[in-house]
Structure formats: structure tokens, C-alpha cells
Design a protein. Structure first.
Length: 316
């Protein structure tokens, strides 16, 4: 089979440019006609090396800033009366990420097949969160899509700002801890051995703390590869455990109980949860969906509100 690039228009006048695999250009025409598209141009796609996003889609995510920009632009298009499929086609061409372009192309095709915007977006949870989809679904019912899109863009902008502040607050402790580890490593690996030789030349006995540090440094230097291997195995175990329900719950509980860091994480979760509830209320989402929807972006299983149960205390 060969790959063909095509340019077509749908029934609403939206421009659709994409590629697909087929045996011949006639087969491409038949497929596009069956989807209700009017074909303008078909040409064989030249073979090129796949991009990193195409080769390793698991390791690439659409940036939050790109989703925010898309939401703002879509709100503007809806407000001025541009048809949805045409607006999505324009935004697809302007998207900087290949994953975003592919998602918008698929959403446009689904809209042409009669699928609602919220259901089409729900197929891309890595780009459009459950909160995003629920608010779009509510806007489809109430008819205030442009207003809800503006609220979503504002919510995500504030959420990104809060996350940036949390990351900034963690930079200083991380730098201090990193420098402390470097200094300790230099002391144990280079300074203490020099002092050990000095004490040995003078036939003096080193203090017990110095002997302990020197023994630790010697052990680390002699078993460096084994230590790095053990560290890599430990990190791998933590990563694999975080992908299971029980492991994720345990790590979330530990994170909230860390000194200083736990307090920062706890208050950031509270702030995000309350801001999500306020956004859902303004968007007109039914109150019965508030808790389920607001729980999704919480980020920590320990503090999620459970139906018929108790949530973890946040004022510890």
C-alpha cells in the first residue's frame, strides 16, 4: 500500500488536508466520497523519516499552553459565528504539535460523521481532560459554548499559573539539597582521604565520626556501579508501583506527609479543587456531576472525595 496526501472540503465548507494509506488514488477518492468529502487534490506522499512524536507518541504530550491557546481561539471563532468544522480545520493547520494536528483532524472527521464535539474530544483524554469534556457537554446543552470555552481557558491559565508557582517554590529546596549532596560527595571522595593520609603519616588516630565518613566514602567508591544499579532498580520499582492502584495510593499518602513539601502539595490540591468547583458552577454543569468531575484533576488519591465515604483530612 502507498500513502497519499489529499485536500478536500466537507459539506459545511471546511477544508480537510490529511493523508491515508490506499492501493491507488481511485481508492482514496472512494474512501473520501464515502465520508462525504469533496476531493480537490490527491498526490502520492513522499517518504520521510517519522518525527519523534510519531515514532514515540507515549513519551510526547501536548503542552498545556497549546491547549489553552486552542481553547481561546475556538471561543473567538464560535463568538464571531465561524462554523465549527471550518474553525477546527484552521486551528489544525496552525497547531504546532503533530499530536494536536492529528487529534483535531480526527475530531473534525467525527463532527462530519454526526458525533458531538464533547464525544469527539473524549477520545483524546491525554489532551482534553474529563473536566474539559464535561464542560463542553454542558455547553452543548445550554448553548453558551463560547462563554464556557472562555471559562475553560481562564481556568487552565490559572491552574498553569498555580502549578508554576508550586514548581518555583520547590526550586530553592531542590537546589540546596543538590548542592549539599555534591559537597558531601566531594568531602567524602576527595577531602577525607587526604586527611586520612595525613593522620596516617603522623600516626594519629582519627576521630570516630571521621572514620565512619571515610568508611562510607570508601564503600561508595569501591561499589559505585552496584550502588547506581540498585538506585536504578529502586526508581524503576517506584515508577511501576505508581502505575498500580495500591502503589499510587501509597505514594500519594506518603507525599502528603513529607515535611514542608506535603503542606505545599496539600494546599495546592485544595486550591485547585475549589477553583474547579467554581468553574463547574459558572458553566452550568449539574451539581450531581461536580464531585466526580472535580476529583479528576485533584492529582492525589489520598484527598479525593469519595461517594458515601470520607475524604482524607486536609488541615493536618
Amino acid at each position: 500500500m502507498e500513502h497519499f496526501k489529499y485536500l478536500a472540503y466537507n459539506a459545511a465548507g471546511g477544508r480537510v488536508a490529511d493523508s491515508l494509506a490506499a492501493m491507488s488514488p481511485d481508492e482514496v477518492k472512494r474512501k473520501l466520497w464515502s465520508e462525504g468529502l469533496y476531493v480537490v487534490k490527491i498526490e502520492r506522499a513522499r517518504w520521510t523519516l517519522p518525527t519523534f512524536e510519531e515514532a514515540f507518541p507515549t513519551f510526547v504530550r501536548v503542552k498545556r499552553s497549546e491547549v489553552i491557546l486552542f481553547t481561546k481561539q475556538l471561543a473567538t471563532f464560535v463568538r464571531v459565528g465561524i462554523p465549527m468544522m471550518e474553525g477546527l480545520s484552521v486551528l489544525r493547520e496552525q497547531a504546532s504539535s503533530a499530536l494536536m494536528q492529528r487529534a483535531l483532524g480526527d475530531i473534525t472527521a467525527q463532527l462530519g460523521a454526526g458525533v458531538s464535539l464533547s464525544d469527539a474530544m473524549a477520545k483524546f483524554p491525554a489532551i482534553f481532560s474529563g473536566l474539559y469534556v464535561d464542560m463542553i457537554r454542558s455547553a452543548e446543552v445550554s448553548g453558551n459554548l463560547d462563554e464556557v470555552l472562555r471559562q475553560l481557558a481562564g481556568y487552565m491559565s490559572r491552574d498553569e499559573g498555580s502549578a508554576r508557582k508550586v514548581r518555583s517554590a520547590m526550586v530553592y529546596p531542590a537546589i540546596v539539597i543538590g548542592l549539599a549532596m555534591v559537597v558531601i560527595g566531594v568531602l567524602i571522595g576527595f577531602v577525607l582521604p587526604a586527611f586520612a593520609r595525613l593522620f596516617k603519616d603522623f600516626r594519629a588516630t582519627m576521630p570516630l565520626p571521621t572514620q565512619i565518613l571515610l568508611a562510607v566514602g570508601t564503600f561508595c567508591r569501591d561499589h559505585m556501579f552496584a550502588i547506581f544499579a540498585a538506585l536504578a532498580i529502586t526508581i524503576t520499582i517506584f515508577v511501576l508501583a505508581s502505575r498500580t492502584r495500591r502503589g499510587r495510593d501509597f505514594l500519594d499518602a506518603v507525599l502528603l506527609r513529607l515535611p514542608m513539601l506535603g503542606t505545599i502539595v496539600r494546599y495546592s490540591i485544595v486550591e485547585r479543587y475549589l477553583r474547579t468547583l467554581a468553574t463547574l458552577a459558572r458553566a452550568g454543569v449539574p451539581i450531581t456531576q461536580w464531585l466526580d468531575t472535580a476529583n479528576r484533576p485533584g492529582g492525589n488519591a489520598e484527598v479525593r472525595v469519595k461517594r458515601g465515604g470520607k475524604s482524607a483530612p486536609l488541615s493536618q
